[in-house]
Design a protein around this ligand. Sequence first.
Ligand code: IPE
Ligand code: IPE
Ligand code: MG
Length: 251
Amino acid sequence: MIPLDPNRLPAHLAIIMDGNGRWAQERMLKRIIGHQRGAETVKMIVEQASLLGIKYLTLFAFSSENWSRPQLEVRALMTLLKKYIQRETAHMMRKNIRYNVIGNRSDLPDDINETLEDAMRKTAANTGMVLTLALSYGARQELTRAAARLAAEAVAGRLSPEDITTELFESYLDTGGLPDPDFLIRTSGEMRISNFLLWQLAYTELYFTDTNWPDFTINELNKALADYQSRERRFGKTSDQLTQRGDLSND
Ligand code: IPE
Ligand code: IPE
Ligand code: MG
């Protein structure tokens, strides 16, 4: 395995876990079997990220747009999610991991919300990795909700337009309180963002792999993180400025 510099890991890793359906279909299996295998990958990657000392891991588990999939698949995904949370919460306690959820919770079935609430309450005092599940999540919807809440504050006279700074706006997003992702991995070969964290990914390093999520391994995670460590994040500055040579030379 490629050695990683423990001091240069992303503080916040986000993953678009894609390709469960294709993994199954390539094997003449039902899509739901792909999702089941995908849940095993989630378990392994959560454990590895926490072991590496990554502080925030955010997983895109179900998008706002995924509601338009066949009802049978949606229902199976919800059942799988519930089972995963119920089964893993004790493990999260042992690993000191705290659960967090982003997305439009009001669209989720009551029993799922109760399971999530329970898991968040139980793990609330954990001080290790924050595991954020993006469920019924869409970035455009999140941004629209934030704008609507700001408008309501303004109409109520508690806020004036000049108060709306980047920082204030950010605090109205579902991710308020979380740092922006440093690194985004998308599996399955698709090179798109699919309505994930549109605001928060502004300066995130992106990584795409052809591997379908059920086949994603610790080795692949390691490879992706090594790639991240080879990048220079400039945030609009020049390379010289970052190495602090900028003030010595003008070229
Ligand atoms: C990702 O795998 C899981 C979810 C979106 C819920 P997909 O189900 O999108 O798998 P593909 O992209 O159809 O192969
Ligand atoms: C993105 O995957 C959403 C999740 C991984 C939960 P999709 O499979 O829904 O994305 P598209 O439809 O290929 O863009
Ligand atoms: Mg997909």
